[in-house]
Design a protein around this ligand. Structure first.
Ligand SMILES: Cc1cc2nc3c(=O)[nH]c(=O)nc-3n(C[C@H](O)[C@H](O)[C@H](O)COP(=O)(O)OP(=O)(O)OC[C@H]3O[C@@H](n4cnc5c(N)ncnc54)[C@H](O)[C@@H]3O)c2cc1C
Length: 348
């Protein structure tokens, strides 16, 4: 990991879920520029990770919209403000600087220097489930394209490698299909001959198997072998309890995700049962300059609904403006009638 030069901007948003996305819009109307950090590889938070195809019926003005469609619409709405996304990155550190600004760091070496941090982290970060294989931690983060990886941050790292993928969901099948052309060899294992993934992905995987481009076994990984953290092989166990040795450079288990509050708990912000208490005028935490909106905050009467988070984003933005631009006046304007807002939106 190489640390990039620090990025100075107006607002850092932790979480690109629906509320983090709408915050970009509200802040953008006030000319505040945003960078968003999310540990996931795409925007949408719970909407795209947990229920992309389920209909939501209580978004004002959209009688029925799926989690994915709502995310797509929010992305379209924030486009004029050109938000910068840092996906596959965990916000891990928050530090106050001598000049009063905040330094937010990620596990990928990104540093954001900002007067305002907005925590829109929902229930926390989605973290991959670690399979119960003894000693697996020793092989994690062993290097680019080798050892155990729970996400593919850069496909090119896996070029020319012997890859073993385990799992039966969309991630396991998608990465089987995407990495097959780059890999020296690719083997997929799943504990049964049936998949939870989209049917077209299953069909594509079966075609690759029939063409001899990948191997598929009904099997589970029982043990990992290697020296000094360098993975060399695994023991596979078949449904009939037979066991065999399989040589591999990389092992990619895709066994789903769990949600954990994660590093936000270590930021030194006052928490109440893993939620951030806020005032309902500004949605600011008890630490000046740190706001919390969406599912991660708590206040009397809080409802964990998307529409509540949208309202919170609007009020937060007004308060954040006064911190970022202390010497400027804020004028309340409607998007329907303000030509300056319409100009920012690129509609006039
Ligand atoms: C099955 C289901 C159905 C639902 N149906 C409805 C409904 O019909 N109507 C409704 O209003 N609500 C519904 N909800 C609730 C709704 O999805 C949430 O209220 C909403 O997603 C909250 O948005 P958010 O942006 O606050 O958080 P999230 O959507 O949880 O997004 C938070 C994001 O922050 C990221 N993150 C957290 N910590 C870090 C960190 N340290 N570093 C990097 N990234 C981090 C996470 O990866 C995540 O992407 C439903 C929820 C579920 C699970």
């Amino acid at each position: 990991m190489t640390a990039a030069a620090p990025i100075e901007t107006d607002v850092a948003i932790i979480g690109a879920g629906p509320i983090g996305l709408f915050a970009v819009f509200e802040l953008g109307l006030l000319d505040l520029k945003c960078h968003l950090v999310d540990i996931l590889d795409r925007p949408g938070g719970q909407c795209t990770e947990l229920y992309p195809e389920k209909p939501i019926y209580d978004i004002p003005g959209l009688p029925i919209v799926t989690g994915q469609e709502l995310t797509n619409r929010l992305l379209e709405q924030v486009k004029p403000f050109n938000p910068q996304f840092h996906f596959n990155e965990m916000a891990t550190g928050l530090e106050k600087l001598a000049d009063g600004r905040w330094k937010l760091s990620t596990d990928a070496g990104t540093t954001l220097i900002v007067p305002v941090v907005v925590i829109a982290g929902g229930a926390g970060s989605f973290v991959p489930k670690r399979p119960p294989i003894p000693g697996i931690e020793v092989f994690e983060n062993a290097g680019d394209g080798v050892g155990v990886h729970y996400a593919v941050r850069k496909m090119e790292n896996f070029r020319g490698k012997n890859i073993l993928i385990a799992g039966g969901g969309d991630s396991a099948l998608d990465w089987t299909i995407n990495l097959a052309p780059l890999a020296k060899s690719l083997t997929l294992v799943h504990h049964r001959d049936g998949f939870r993934a989209a049917q077209h992905s299953v069909n594509q995987m079966r075609e690759l198997e029939a063409a001899g481009k990948i191997k598929f076994h009904v099997a589970s990984v029982k043990a990992l072998h290697g020296e000094a953290g360098k993975l060399a092989s695994v023991t596979l166990a078949g449904a009939d309890k037979s066991e065999w040795h399989h040589e591999t450079d990389a092992f990619l288990p895709f066994f789903g995700l769990t949600i954990k509050l994660g590093p936000i708990a270590e930021f030194g912000i006052h928490l109440n049962e893993n939620l951030i208490p806020v005032d309902t005028a500004k949605f600011e935490s008890q630490t000046l300059g740190i706001f919390a909106i969406g599912d991660i905050n708590t206040y009397p009467g809080k409802l964990k609904l998307i529409l509540s988070g949208f309202h919170e984003a609007a009020l937060m933005s007004q308060a954040a403006f006064h911190i970022v631009r202390p010497n400027e006046k804020l004028r309340f304007q409607y998007t329907t009638s303000s030509s300056s807002l319409q100009k920012k939106l690129g509609v006039s």
